[in-house]
Design a binder for this molecule. Structure first.
Ligand SMILES: Cc1cc2nc3c(=O)[nH]c(=O)nc-3n(C[C@H](O)[C@H](O)[C@H](O)COP(=O)(O)OP(=O)(O)OC[C@H]3O[C@@H](n4cnc5c(N)ncnc54)[C@H](O)[C@@H]3O)c2cc1C
Length: 436
């Protein structure tokens, strides 16, 4: 099948509109609310008054909540188009909220659309898709994030209720969320991929205790972060809070992450390009030791390295998105999704670091956005599982298409190959001479 990342002219028009709209209408909001209002906080009336008319314009253009598949009421654009959209959205903090596709709300909306009942859709999905409420996703535990087999937070059935006990860690945006989707062990005696389940839990349910609000990097002060350390003290939820089948939590968690990783990766392409643009402008504007900084060979190599890295990564992400659109077997795409997940922090950290360094003191100061951009690089290497875990996935998939050698030496062992070739060629010579 031919690989084709092109989009029809009508969609390109939408992308061009998005590009100009984000620059003109959304980036000023990033700057206006900088550090003051969190995009997930729906209680700020000034922010709501500013954002709602922008969201209406996005809806009119058919660009709202586009991650939802057509069977779930979305546009059905597919991952390549979503990737191209996210490349633009990556430039702005508020853009995802304006376009109704911010994580974790996007993945949570998909889960409820698939597995929620009519009441849950009415109470949570509709207002979530309308941008009226925020949500959280709660899976990681303090003693085990990368390896769910260490999870201990449990739910037991009691009559027509489930009772949840245990701790969760790094539940982002809990303090702004109306509900959360929590992955909990329901059958401790079987492996976690068969023994965990998903629950929809309103954040004001009695028994939920915030042990701490944890912050990231230097952007949030100690004790006032956006990532909640939660304790579930016998939290009771009705039986219908279970989403999907009992024991299907791990499977649901896996499928919700694929598209999200493509979007993270393509937003990183947008950020990296922004950093390269800043770097180029700066080095063309400043002189030192008798020449422009842009004329120093080390800087030129950094510009070239950054450009190559962005181009390669952009193509890798688009290819992965294209595979998701064209390959019905999710297992065949897994290693590609893991590949872009591994590259996301690498490209982010490398390109933003070079841009920051090329700006000198200004680059690491709080008068440029580069330092706070850069902090997001290491975060990308941790969220949704650390790099090493995804490398394991890639290696396992790659190894599946290889076999051990038959003999003592590898199949490319030269003396064995030469002996085999000699035997074959000599028999042919004998044959050809006999036929002369
Ligand atoms: C900003 C941010 C937001 C987050 N938001 C959420 C959220 O909303 N909901 C949620 O549930 N979670 C969230 N998380 C948690 C995140 O998913 C976990 O941090 C992640 O899965 C890693 O788990 P851990 O922190 O327990 O690291 P650990 O499991 O302790 O791993 C630590 C390190 O050990 C090494 N390591 C781990 N496994 C392997 C391996 N197999 N091979 C080799 N080395 C290995 C790696 O170097 C890894 O970085 C968030 C995290 C961050 C930073």
């Amino acid at each position: 099948m031919a690989i084709d990342f092109s989009v029809e002219p009508e969609f390109q028009e939408k992308l061009d509109w998005m590009d100009a709209f984000v620059a003109r209408e959304v980036e000023p909001i990033d700057l206006y609310f900088r550090d003051q209002v969190n995009p997930f906080d729906r209680s700020n009336e000034t922010a709501n008054a500013l954002i709602r008319p922008l969201q209406a314009q996005v809806q009119d253009r058919g660009l709202w909540a586009c991650h939802m598949g057509p069977h779930l009421g979305g546009q059905g654009y597919g991952q390549v188009k979503l990737a191209l959209m996210n490349e633009i959205l990556g430039r702005s903090l508020w853009a995802q909220v304006v376009f109704g596709c911010q994580a974790p709300d996007s993945g949570n909306a998909e889960i409820i659309a698939h597995y929620g009942n009519a009441e849950q859709k009415q109470l949570y999905l509709r207002p979530l898709l309308d941008g009226e409420i925020s949500s959280s996703y709660s899976m990681t535990e303090p003693q085990g994030g990368s390896d769910p087999s260490y999870f201990t937070c449990r739910a037991r059935r009691d009559g027509d209720e489930w009772v949840i006990s245990g701790e969760k860690w790094f539940t982002s945006n809990f303090k702004y969320a109306t509900f959360m989707i929590v992955m909990v062990i329901t059958s401790p005696d079987v492996p976690v991929h068969r023994g965990s389940s998903m629950f929809l839990v309103p954040t004001d349910t009695p028994g939920i205790e915030v042990v701490a609000n944890v912050g990231v990097g230097m952007n949030e002060s100690l004790g006032d972060g956006d990532h909640a350390y939660l304790r579930f003290n016998e939290v009771r939820v009705p039986a219908e809070s279970l989403l999907g089948d009992e024991g299907s939590g791990f499977k649901i968690a896996q499928t919700r992450l694929g598209g999200g990783r493509v979007h993270h990766a393509m937003r990183t392409v947008g950020v990296a390009q922004q950093a390269l643009d800043m770097m180029c402008e700066r080095v063309l504007s400043r002189e030192t030791k008798g020449s422009l900084v842009a004329e120093k060979q080390s800087i030129q190599h950094w510009i070239a390295d950054s450009w190559i890295q962005i181009q390669q990564f952009r193509l890798q992400v688009l290819h992965c998105a294209w595979l998701i659109d064209n390959e019905p077997d999710y297992a065949a795409v897994r290693q590609h999704i893991a590949g872009i997940k591994v590259q996301t922090p690498k490209v982010y950290i490398d390109v933003v670091y070079r841009a920051m360094h090329a700006h000198g003191a200004l680059g690491v100061s709080n008068q440029m956005p580069l330092m706070s951009m850069w902090v997001s690089g290491p975060v990308m290497g941790i969220v949704d599982g650390p790099t090493e875990v995804h490398k394991d996935t890639i290696a396992k998939q790659v190894l599946k298409s290889h076999r051990p050698s038959d003999g003592l030496f590898p199949s490319q062992h030269l003396p064995s190959r030469i002996a085999g070739a000699r035997q074959y060629v000599e028999s042919r010579i004998e044959h050809e001479i006999a036929n002369l």
